[in-house]
Design a protein around this ligand. Sequence first.
Ligand code: ATP
Ligand code: MN
Length: 464
Amino acid sequence: MNKISICEARQAEAIGQQATLQGWVRTRRDSKGGFSFLELNDGTCLANIQVVADADLPNYESEIKRLTAGCSVTVRGEMKASGGKGQATEMQAAEVTVHGWSDPDEYPLQKKRHSMEKLREWAHLRPRTNTMGAVMRVRNRICRSIHDFFQEEGFLYVHTPIITASDCEGAGEMFRVTTLDPANIPLDAKGQVDYKQDFFDRPSYLTVSGQLEGEIYATALGKVYTFGPTFRAENSNTSRHLAEFWMVEPEIAFYDLEDNMGLAERFLKRIATEVLANCEEDIEFFQKRIDDQVLETLQTIAEKPFHRISYTEAIERLEKSGAKFEFPIAWGTDLQAEHERYLTEKLFGTPIILYDYPDAIKPFYMKCNEDGKTVRAMDVLLPRVGEIIGGSQREDRLDVLETRMKEQGICPEDYWWYLDLRRFGTVPHAGFGLGLERMVQAVTGITNIRDVIPFPRTPGNAEF
Ligand code: ATP
Ligand code: MN
């Protein structure tokens, strides 16, 4: 039983082999000459393999001629050169075994093309579509490049906790974790919720970022990264926000903001280069069917230097541009998506790194600049996608950090362990966070973030 994948079976080298293929039927076509063509897919590549099943097979009438979309089969036979267009090989079947039938009156994935919205209702079946298959293969490739990149650069993979009691600067609204019975919440003498009776003895949440814990490990082990699920209970129904998403967060001791920008640029270039080199067929599909700028976006990320401009400069450029925006531009306010897109697409045509943001719009842990009004923050913006990375050099001075915390209404005592890192052998350090799903969106051109993750979690959606 020489089991090979359909991806392997489609290579010219497979010709002449006796092989076994296993997968799901996409279509069946019967020819007048007394044989049938089956299009088989197993998810290992976008394309199907054509199987030729002759009428003299023993189960031809009883089974093969009843095969429809979704049926699962094992096919044994010989790989041959194909005369068909768009394929080097096909299989001449010697034996077709049917594992599972799929009632054509009920199976939803028939020939008709469904909208992405409709497919979300069938989260259990949509991985069998061309689009989701291609998304998942590209997503996998990106994850592999992420690990390869950091491992080769000498980073240590650290698993930061998913349940936490610290709220990382209020990066977003948090999900509570509790074993208290909502119908019977215990109260203390003051009438407040008595968390002493809760599982962790204190209010606990799902993490919004592994950064603070990342800093703990970076200030002992040098270069670390964490890569895991992240949760934000922001009730925003946008095409770029999920309640559960995956974030990659490197954190590096003895790094300043310049080093951090360099790392972010090398990192994104590595991902784009490897997707281009390894996902050719899937990217071609996205280019044709989803977004005809996908290839250009990837090449731009891979090849063009990222422009680096300060927030202040960006505001000036936007003001001078004469362009009309829905949201007015003013120093001190956050840039809106329309401003970000104008900068990347119209003004520069490349990814850009914005740095040195006003302190009032950034969290307490970012290092303060000498000017007394900006912090060493950076955002990486991609054409069409907008913000993909947010990061900063961290404040390494104990007194400045404490002042910033108080300014932002954060109690330093709650972060005694974080402050200890500045008390004992403090070092300049920096890091950033990349949202995996935003990266998948950037390289596939898929407009809604719900369609680049297997099971999207958004307000009102968590059935399966
Ligand atoms: P945004 O302004 O786009 O809401 P943010 O500034 O809140 O993002 P950060 O806290 O800087 O995000 O998180 C780092 C990265 O994580 C972002 O650059 C983005 O790629 C990703 N990210 C943040 N929030 C989400 C979310 N809700 N869903 C998916 N990805 C997200
Ligand atoms: Mn951000």
